[in-house]
Design a protein around this ligand. Structure first.
Ligand SMILES: Nc1ncnc2c1ncn2[C@@H]1O[C@H](COP(=O)(O)OP(=O)(O)OP(=O)(O)O)[C@@H](O)[C@H]1O
Ligand SMILES: [Mg+2]
Length: 199
């Protein structure tokens, strides 16, 4: 239970665990305390070791939260990602295998595909089955073989057939995907370009 404050009759107003599971929309006039309310919630999440992600294009709330983190010592991982700082680069590879978690590669691939389709502007891959197939092949290989994005370009380059063959051999943990890759490898250039690059 998060204490928000007190009402006019001095009764405590709290947010229950259940309240925090659903979406919230914080509205109020300028200077009425929206940002401080969010900061209060974030402080609670930090203390209670709950995972959260704060995106703050203005940076003032971010700065206040960073100050709080530097004031309190937390035994938890805090990843600060400030894109406005050219001198401070944080490595982030969404294709890294989710180590330690029980997440199956296919589940991780599904999530990545959902994220890509979202950025693409379509809710799912129902109308783009070829794209879905190629993405799942590429993403699975990237995750299984611990690739980064720049390496992925060789995966879809017809000329890199030999390199691909070596990689495909390492996909024994995902035999169905491995077989699909082998099938793709049999394609002639024009068919490959049509099937993989939509040319
Ligand atoms: N619960 C509170 N008790 C006392 N002061 C508060 C409280 N909440 C906010 N304030 C003060 O009110 C001021 C404005 O708060 P805040 O920045 O959170 O407002 P805001 O709604 O985010 O404003 P804006 O619309 O400009 O972003 C701050 O200086 C803050 O210290
Ligand atoms: Mg604000």
């Amino acid at each position: 239970m998060t204490l928000l404050g007190f009402d006019a009759l001095n009764r405590p107003i709290r947010l229950s665990e259940e309240d925090t599971q659903t979406h919230r929309y914080v509205i109020g006039s300028s200077g009425s305390g929206k940002s401080k309310f969010l900061e209060w919630m974030i402080r609670g999440a930090l203390r209670e070791r709950q995972g959260f992600c704060l995106l703050d294009p203005h940076g003032t709330l971010y700065e206040d939260v960073v100050k709080y983190c530097s004031h309190e010592v937390f035994r938890r991982e805090i990843i600060l990602l400030d894109l406005s700082r050219p001198d401070w680069v944080v490595g982030f590879n969404p294709f890294q295998k989710e180590l330690g978690s029980q997440v199956d590669t296919s589940v991780q691939v599904d999530r990545l595909m959902t994220a890509v389709m979202h950025a693409w502007g379509t809710p799912n891959t129902d109308e783009t089955p070829t794209l879905a197939r190629v993405l799942s092949l590429v993403f699975t290989l990237m995750i299984e073989l611990d690739f980064t994005l720049p390496q992925a370009q060789h995966l879809i380059d017809y000329e890199q057939k030999e390199l691909r063959t070596q990689w495909i051999e390492q996909l024994s943990k995902t035999p169905l995907i491995q077989q699909e890759w082998r099938n793709l490898q049999q394609l002639k250039r024009a068919v490959w370009n049509a099937a993989v690059l939509f040319e």
